[in-house]
Design a protein around this ligand. Structure first.
Ligand code: NAD
Length: 352
């Protein structure tokens, strides 16, 4: 993998980390070849009708990276940035995440390249049902089990499960995790990923001598993972000084009222207009004064451009692949401790 490719490829970042670990383990070349190639990559068209009556076609993906430890397992992402490269990287990381916490699953991931903020609920349902129908032969409790990820909710999982069940002519709740409790979802699943992030962070903070009551936390991305992490950090006595989402970032050195921020974000579909802190840019949040920084949005957040400006002592990866290998080297040089996402974020799949 050349440096040039690594700069643009998310999967390339994953392979760079893999090679470092494989060198340390003195892994033989055959095993390296197997583990750096996805088992199966599926790309398909999703034609659907908009509410206006017009037809649209989106692209869907599912990557089943590895089945050695069990059925593939991993979320479905709805986002304009979804590509085959990104989905492959996410499936690759799921493989390691399941192995790190010793779950009997391989790694998988899927997605649709779309902007859900421009879609009605009915359009989202039609896209999800078509996405599920395209995958009927290759998913299932013993084959591949999808779950929520960015912009996919328990409702999306319910549509997926219903469509699959209709095709196979029986009720199959085990085809997805992260579904609503009423149809067999697991209690605690919604907050599980954020809870896992907080548990790992508090444990590492103890080792570093950071007392929760004197620890300032900033969180990038206040969706499912970030919001619950913020809530739990604050419940454990930490001061949440920074939060952000795609609409903007807010900083308050005296501590943000997390409950108020959650209420605001839920009511307004984002933090835009939140009055509990100073408005800063998303980039400023990453380099803001804090002790613990939790990236909980998307990949490639820390790069050579910003890594040396980060002030946090501890980074707990709440998103997939937020740290590029180049930034990781800088963090090591300046003594920032990083908790890798394949462990820090494993709470969701563990509860599933
Ligand atoms: P989500 O859609 O609920 O939330 C994502 C959040 O990130 C939103 O608040 C969005 O506004 C924000 N965001 C997007 N771009 C941003 C930017 N440039 N700056 C600041 N904020 C931005 O998604 P989620 O489920 O919370 O997923 C977040 C991360 O956690 C992803 O990397 C996902 O793969 C990973 N993850 C989620 C789960 C889960 O259980 N939901 C499990 C494993 C991994």
């Amino acid at each position: 993998m050349t440096t040039a490719v690594r700069e643009v490829s998310v999967f390339g970042d994953g392979i760079a980390y893999f090679n470092e670990a494989a060198d340390l383990l003195e892994l033989d070349s055959g095993m390296r070849r197997i583990l750096t190639h996805p088992s199966r990559q599926i790309i398909f068209s999703i034609p659907f009708q908009r509410d206006s009556g017009e037809f649209e076609v989106y692209t869907g993906y599912r990557v089943q990276y590895n089945f050695a430890r069990g059925p593939a397992k991993g979320g479905i992402r709805y986002h304009p940035g979804v590509t085959l490269d990104e989905v492959t990287a996410l499936a690759f990381w799921m493989t390691w995440k399941c192995a790190v916490v010793d779950l009997p699953f391989g790694g998988g991931k899927g997605g649709v390249t779309c902007d859900p903020s421009t879609l009605s609920t009915n359009e989202l349902e039609r896209i999800t049902r078509r996405y599920a129908a395209e995958l009927v032969e290759v998913v299932g409790p013993d084959k591949d089990v999808p779950a929520p990820d960015v912009n996919t909710t328990p409702q999306v999982m319910a549509w997926f499960m219903d469509t699959y069940s209709m095709h196979v002519r029986q009720n199959v709740p085990g085809v997805v995790t992260g579904k609503p409790l009423e149809i067999g979802g697991s209690r605690g699943r919604v907050e599980a990923t954020g809870r896992g992030v907080t548990i790992c962070a508090l444990d590492e903070m103890k080792q570093m001598g950071l007392v929760p009551e004197q620890t300032r936390v900033a969180i990038q991305g206040c969706g499912n993972v970030g919001l619950y992490a913020a809530k739990l950090f604050s419940e454990r006595g930490c001061k949440v000084v920074g939060i952000s989402d795609v609409t903007g970032a807010f900083y308050n050195e005296h501590g943000i009222d997390v409950t108020g921020a959650i209420e605001h974000a839920t009511k307004n579909r984002g933090l835009e207009g939140f009055k509990g802190g100073d408005r800063i840019s998303n980039m400023e949040l990453l380099t803001a004064d804090c002790d613990v920084l939790v990236p909980a949005a998307l990949e490639k957040v820390f790069t050579v451009e910003n890594a040396s400006k980060v002030k946090a002592k501890l980074i707990v990866e709440g998103a997939n692949g937020p740290t590029t290998p180049e930034a990781d080297r800088i963090f090591k040089q300046i003594g920032i401790v990083g908790l890798a996402e394949i462990m820090a974020k494993s709470g969701g799949v563990t509860v599933s």
